[in-house]
Design a protein around this ligand. Structure first.
Ligand code: NZQ
Ligand code: ZN
Length: 356
């Protein structure tokens, strides 16, 4: 089964290339098209039905994180013993078997090409949930396939990569040197290469560096040896996407500086970590620890703004009416009480409000 999104692969010619290769190999190909950003459970249901009907042997996903995530859920869904595939998404950590999945990555962002996770949305229940479905058998990562990615999606993808790093970097563990150095290296590589990509979309070296960063960032490697952090910005962002169907990386870019300022004010004992971020990632210097900590956050926000990301929720038409409901969902089972700085629902509402 050849799975793809809303048609970017047809515009770039990648679809024709893939079809030519498949036709030459005498494959019988069934297509699943129209997989949307923030992929829907309905596409998973459609894909599983197609796979079962046509007795599919392998899924070839061509696209960004949304196409790959949806294809992972389909690959596992084929063997799911229950009727309700949304139930599978909710309880997916115990899945045993999946169809083999090969992907051709066309956007550097999520790291889905390198991990076993996938995120599926249910617009009816206003839920966006991550699960562990299956790892790709092989991922084809050719930076030239990302030359056509728009400035908006390139910047948003870079924000996602940086967030995958920052979610783990901001932890209380002080002595996981390799993880911290790897994390800083990925951040600095993105900071150097995103502006190049925005000016020269077909700069191979810059696109290749972003692609490598995307895969490493979500691999778990830059978090080795670190205390778990709960990934608070992702928990909050998935609520924004679930309620308003916004671009994942844009939501993260808006939330992250606000979250940082909020926790730094709530618990100044974590200032040391922000000082390290400011010095090592942004090359800032100041004798005053509080000043340099906030300057690092300002630098991050400025970087996102310069990349053209809308930095207020109000610019996306979002107001505060669902904030309390979203905060309850983001903190399901009290999962953010173990975050780098513990967050309760009131804290989350305040962070959302500060982003308006
Ligand atoms: O649908 P098509 O027409 O292909 O267009 C897509 C889409 O509109 C377009 N695009 C992709 N490659 C392109 C291109 N346009 C031009 N040229 C190309 N080469 O870009 C748009 C966005 O695509 P999408 O796949 O949605 O972006 P991304 O890769 O950022 O994936 C986002 C999804 O992944 C989830 C997010 O929550 C969101 O649902 N995540 C998955 C993770 C994982 N599997 O580990 C972790 C992440 O934290 C994240 O939550
Ligand atoms: Zn992400």
């Amino acid at each position: 089964m050849l799975a793809y999104g809303g048609g970017s692969i047809k515009k770039t010619g990648l679809y024709d290339t893939v079809k030519e290769i498949l036709d030459a190999g005498d494959f019988e190909v069934v297509e699943l098209s129209g997989i949307a950003p923030n992929p829907r459970i309905e596409s998973v249901v459609e894909g599983v039905a197609l796979c079962k009907h046509h007795q599919i042997d392998v899924i070839l996903a061509v696209g960004g994180g949304s196409v790959i995530d949806c294809s992972k859920a389909i690959a596992a869904g084929v063997y799911y013993p229950g009727e309700d595939l949304w139930e599978m998404v909710k309880t997916s950590d115990h899945l045993q078997k999946a169809l083999p999945l090969v992907d051709i990555l066309t956007l550097s962002a999520t790291g889905s090409e390198f991990d076993g996770g996938g995120v599926i949305s249910n617009l009816k229940t206003k839920e966006k949930l991550g699960g562990l479905f299956t790892y790709p058998t092989a991922s084809i990562c050719d930076p030239t396939y990302t030359f056509s990615v728009s400035s908006y999606q390139s910047a948003s993808g870079a924000a996602d990569i940086m967030s995958h790093i920052m979610e783990g970097y901001f932890s209380k563990t002080k002595d996981s040197d390799l993880s911290d150095e790897l994390a800083q290296g990925v951040l600095k590589t993105v900071i150097k290469n995103l502006p190049i990509v925005l000016k020269e979309p077909d700069n191979y070296s810059a696109r290749a560096n972003l692609m490598a960063c995307a895969s490493v960032a979500c691999s778990g490697i830059p978090e080795y040896g670190k205390a778990s952090t709960g990934w608070p910005c992702h928990a909050m962002e998935h609520e924004l996407s679930a309620y308003y169907d916004i671009t994942h990386g844009v939501g993260l870019a808006i939330l992250t500086p606000s979250w940082m300022r909020y926790i730094l004010q709530k618990d100044p004992s974590v200032t040391w970590r922000f000082v390290r971020f400011a010095k090592e990632v942004w090359n800032l210097e100041d004798q005053d620890e509080t000043k340099i900590a906030y300057a690092g956050i300002d630098a991050l926000e400025h970087f996102f703004k310069e990349a053209g990301i809308p930095m207020r929720l109000s610019e996306l038409g979002i107001d505060d009416i669902y904030f309390e409901e979203m905060a309850r969902h983001a903190n399901r089972n009290g999962r953010l009480s173990n975050a780098f700085v513990a967050l309760n629902e009131q804290d989350i509402v305040e962070i959302f409000k500060n982003c308006l």
